[in-house]
Design a protein around this ligand. Structure first.
Ligand code: 6MZ
Length: 336
């Protein structure tokens, strides 16, 4: 491991809670005993170096099976925060899809995640985005959005935004639903162009979300189009880039051919994220190491990417000032 990438204070803006569970946490939660047969089937998928996007989505079931009680959701959230802290993240935006289970309502699920964040005593600022799964249709999606707005009004210091996620090969983007979120004061981060879907990408960009996830199929060289790219360049919405996730799912051909190259070349806004550090067996430090290795960036570039990411975060402005101070102090101490 490159010591610089490990020690650098880092900003994580795109981490799905259940996709971030480490195998230690999964084992602690006893998920494998519950569905041994399915686990073995999925584990075979995991051993291969590359999986299709649909196969990746099967893996979330393992984590979801492990977090069906409030106690498990609490432990999962606490462990993920601790692991990001141990990887020297100083700011973490976790996102998760409100989910009901036999012994837990959707509201209780969100309350539990919030409680684990409130109880965090480590030196890492943690915020929460609530996700709408693309599979949800009206009226279910509207009910979830109403719950999200209600919870945001209850915990405005913690719940900062809404995310649209889920398997990009299924479901739809309902722009009216996200307009409502925006009007309620929630910030927006939309998974955008993870697979080719020009019409949807255009609709998303027109909504002016605060950030977009993946942004894979926008540039014409990466299955997007000139029109979409021009629109993106007018909007300049920060992109959350997840190198390993894209390469493992096959939406990017390789690290060297990742679309982030266009963002680096054209000095466009982006941040580096893990997406699902458990499912993709990565860490935020590893993602920076890969970025440095494949795109010839120096230490100062990596520091600047994190410093800029503070601007793109949904933290309060006083918290952003504090994060900037930490980064500047670290730079003075450890970088020439
Ligand atoms: C789209 C993704 C994703 O919400 O249960 N999720 N959605 N693209 C991706 N790229 C690979 N990775 C994760 O965490 C797991 C859920 O996050 C979304 C999926 O809906 C997945 O079920 P939570 O905490």
């Amino acid at each position: 491991m490159n010591e610089f990438c490990k020690n650098l204070p880092k900003i994580e803006l795109h981490a799905h809670l259940n996709g971030s569970l480490s195998s230690q946490t999964l084992k602690k939660l006893g998920c494998f005993d519950e569905s041994i047969e399915e686990y073995h089937r999925l584990n075979k998928v995991m051993e291969r170096s590359s999986r299709t996007l649909d196969e990746c989505f099967l893996l979330f079931k393992v984590a979801h099976n492990a977090t069906r009680t409030k106690e498990a959701v609490y432990t999962a959230t606490k462990d993920v925060i601790e692991e990001f802290f141990n990887d020297n993240a100083i700011y973490l935006e976790l996102r998760t899809t409100p989910r009901s289970e036999e012994c837990m309502t959707m509201e209780e699920y969100v309350e539990t995640v919030v409680k684990a964040i409130q109880d965090n005593k480590l030196n890492i600022i943690v915020k929460l985005l609530l996700s709408i799964d693309r599979r949800y249709q009206l009226p279910a999606s509207d009910n979830v959005m109403n719950l999200i707005i209600k919870m945001k009004n209850k915990y405005p210091d913690i719940i900062k935004g809404v995310d649209l996620s889920g398997n990009p090969n299924v479901g739809i983007f309902n722009s009216e639903l996200f307009k409502k979120a925006k009007e309620s004061g929630l910030s927006l981060s939309l998974h955008c162009g993870e697979v080719k879907n020009d019409k949807e990408v255009e609709e998303m960009l027109f909504l002016n979300p605060d950030r977009i996830g993946h942004a894979t199929c926008i540039h014409p060289k990466y299955e997007g189009s000139e029109e979409l790219w021009n629109l993106y360049c007018q909007k300049l919405i920060p992109a959350e880039c997840c190198l390993t996730s894209n390469v493992v799912c096959g939406t990017s051909k390789s690290y060297a051919n990742h679309h982030i190259l266009e963002w680096i070349k054209n000095d466009l806004p982006f941040t580096i994220s893990t997406d699902d550090k458990g499912v993709f067996n990565t860490t935020l430090s590893t993602e920076y190491e890969l970025l440095q290795r494949h795109f010839d960036l120096n230490d100062s570039d990596l520091w600047k990417i994190n410093y800029n990411s503070i601007d793109y975060s949904f933290a309060e402005s006083s918290e952003k000032d504090k994060l900037r101070d930490i980064m500047l102090e670290w730079k003075t101490k450890y970088m020439k």
